[in-house]
Design a binder for this molecule. Sequence first.
Ligand SMILES: Nc1ncnc2c1ncn2[C@@H]1O[C@H](COP(=O)(O)OP(=O)(O)OP(=O)(O)O)[C@@H](O)[C@H]1O
Ligand SMILES: [Mg+2]
Length: 244
Amino acid sequence: MPASANDKDVLLDIGELTAGYGAQPVLHGISLHVARHEFVAVIGANTAGKSTLLRAISGLLPQCKGRIAFDGKDLTKLKAHEIAGLGIAHVPEGRHVFPEMTVEDNLRMGAYARADQAATQQSLERVFELFPRLKERRAQYAGSMSGGEQQMVAVGRGMMLEPKLLILDEPSLGLAPLVVEEMHQRFLDIHRSGVTVLLVEQNVSLALHSAERAYVMSSGSIEIEGSARELLHDDRIRKAYLGI
Ligand SMILES: Nc1ncnc2c1ncn2[C@@H]1O[C@H](COP(=O)(O)OP(=O)(O)OP(=O)(O)O)[C@@H](O)[C@H]1O
Ligand SMILES: [Mg+2]
């Protein structure tokens, strides 16, 4: 049974969210929830507003009306760094690693707000276990890594926050199919380790095979929601997104 927004174990609860960048809203009354320990995907065509929704959660939008609650706390009045401090790591679209910094320094940036050196070191070791490649390349400049490796750096940097909720925006964009597959296995590992995951993904088949539940966005609204299994068999999804 998918969790409903009334269940007490809802971690992220969004209601009637209208938001955007200027006078014209991009999101029109979005309601969505993610239960604690759930893996939820958001899919939808280009410009549907998926990244905008993620930015609203992370406190990166100037205009925001409606409810965004995380672990019972209202996020709508908080600044981005305060939201991160509550345990929300946002891995943005396009990766955005610091190219002139080493892999290890990029990762450490993810823990900049944490004073505990020993705990930070432990998080770093965990990221290296998740992505052994990053341990091998820890002294390399991030800008000289492959696209897939840079995506690992971006995800690893998010994990340095020891998040409760990991938000991933199009992590497979521009990557080779094998790398994408590998990356999704790591997301499943992260989820199994107890982290709640909210994934925006253009690869609808992969998204619905990784996530437990999904929302389909269209023109700034939620069009369809359901369990990933239901959506994989939904004719509308099969025609519009899976080309079947
Ligand atoms: N920084 C911005 N300033 C003004 N408008 C923006 C900004 N970013 C996005 N938009 C607009 O908001 C709408 C939704 O964009 P958004 O990036 O959220 O879509 P998306 O679903 O993530 O698309 P994609 O699949 O291409 O990543 C678009 O019409 C876009 O032009
Ligand atoms: Mg986007």
